[in-house]
Design a protein around this ligand. Structure first.
Ligand code: PEP
Ligand code: MN
Length: 353
């Protein structure tokens, strides 16, 4: 399959948007030196607010053809409807991608999938803007059902409200679960749209490679400060070459016998501990049911916010002393507390006690 190498990441780079023929050509000429696999450029740009630069449109597709002619690079662009699919195909674009906003809309994905019936072209499906794994899986399934066989998933992060160091929160557990459910679909990281800035690009790219991602999509522009879209996150082809060169590429496994032996030993200790934790959790739930009955008999409500706060704060302190992050403790205890409350509430409903 075109979208995957066995021993190195598949590299996609190019500007957020095709702005002028010179900008596209200059960026491409420089990127060839990094040995990229695919040149990206948005031609139709989905912009949050009206009035922003929304792409050159069909005219820019011929610039991508020039890129291919001059540099030999294969090209990709975003398509959001049937007409755009048709125009991209007419201009011999090599790979299409479905953007995050389209992926969130099954009508759009279905329209694109229908336009792809009977056509043999690789398609990349970005995650939907909202953190909904089923929508992402559904979009991939719609493309698969149209007969497309070469499909990759692109993780570009998820919209959230409020402060975050990321432009789009990565929620790494979602692409990890996608990988578990669809292990044959190559998974790429679009660290540019996750970060929304230049400084974190490298660490997010490395994190993705540490999670065994199959490739990276990164926005590169010959003059990023003056880019007409996403200037904050675009980097020059020179900075790109440096970043890619600094990444450490890992293998999913190795045949080294000593490594595998040690891995097995430590993993069996982990399995034992997991069992212990499960036994303790089961014991804890029994106790919380006992309390539930006690509350029921005394007509006391299931939830006491003060007690929940006390548990959480105490655990955060104890966690900190043990090197466990606050985020983790609060995730873990929230799950335990939810389960505990649900069980107690069930006792209220049932005739029990
Ligand atoms: C893009 O890649 O330029 C783009 C618009 O991405 P997304 O659909 O992830 O927002
Ligand atoms: Mn962009």
């Amino acid at each position: 399959m075109f979208l995957k190498h066995n021993n190195r990441p598949f590299l996609i780079a190019g500007p957020c948007s095709a702005e002028t023929e010179e900008q596209v050509m200059e960026t491409a000429r420089e990127l060839v030196k990094s040995n990229i696999d695919l040149f990206r450029a948005g031609v139709w740009k989905p912009r949050t607010r009206p009035g922003a630069f929304d792409g050159i449109g069909v005219e820019a597709l011929s610039w991508l053809q020039s890129v291919k002619k001059e540099t030999g690079l294969k090209t990709t662009t975003e398509v959001a409807n049937a007409l755009q699919v048709e125009q991209a195909l007419e201009h011999a674009i090599d790979v299409l991608w479905i953007g995050a906003r389209s992926a969130a809309n099954p009508f759009s994905v279905q329209e694109i999938a229908d336009a792809l019936q009977g056509i043999d072209i690789p398609v990349m499906v970005k995650n939907p803007t909202n953190p909904d794994l089923e929508l992402w899986v559904g979009a991939i399934e719609r493309v698969q059902a149209s007969g497309i066989t070469q499909i990759a998933a692109v993780h570009r992060g998820f919209s959230t409200y409020g402060e975050s160091i990321f432009r789009n929160e990565p929620y790494w557990e979602i692409p990890i679960e996608l990988r578990r459910r669809m292990p044959d679909i190559p998974l790429f990281c679009d660290n540019s749209h996750i970060c929304g800035n230049r400084v974190d690009l490298r660490s997010v790219a490395q994190y993705a490679l540490d999670l065994n991602y199959d490739g990276l999509m990164m926005e590169t522009h010959c003059d990023p400060d003056h880019a007409l879209s996403d200037p904050q996150q675009q980097i020059t082809p020179g900075a790109y070459a440096e970043l890619i060169g600094s990444l450490i590429i890992k293998n999913e496994t190795t045949d080294d016998v000593d490594f595998l032996k040690h891995l097995d030993e430590v993993r069996s200790q982990i399995d034992e501990l997991d069992l212990e934790v499960l036994n303790l959790l089961a014991k804890r739930m029994k106790l919380s049911e006992e309390i539930g009955l006690h509350k029921k008999h005394n007509k006391v409500s299931v939830l006491q916010v003060a007690r929940w706060n006390e548990i959480l704060e105490k655990a955060k302190d104890m966690g900190r002393e043990r090197g466990l992050s606050e985020g983790f403790i609060s995730h873990y205890l929230s799950a335990v507390h939810q389960e505990s409350i649900a069980r107690q509430a069930k006792l209220e409903e049932s005739g029990k006690g």
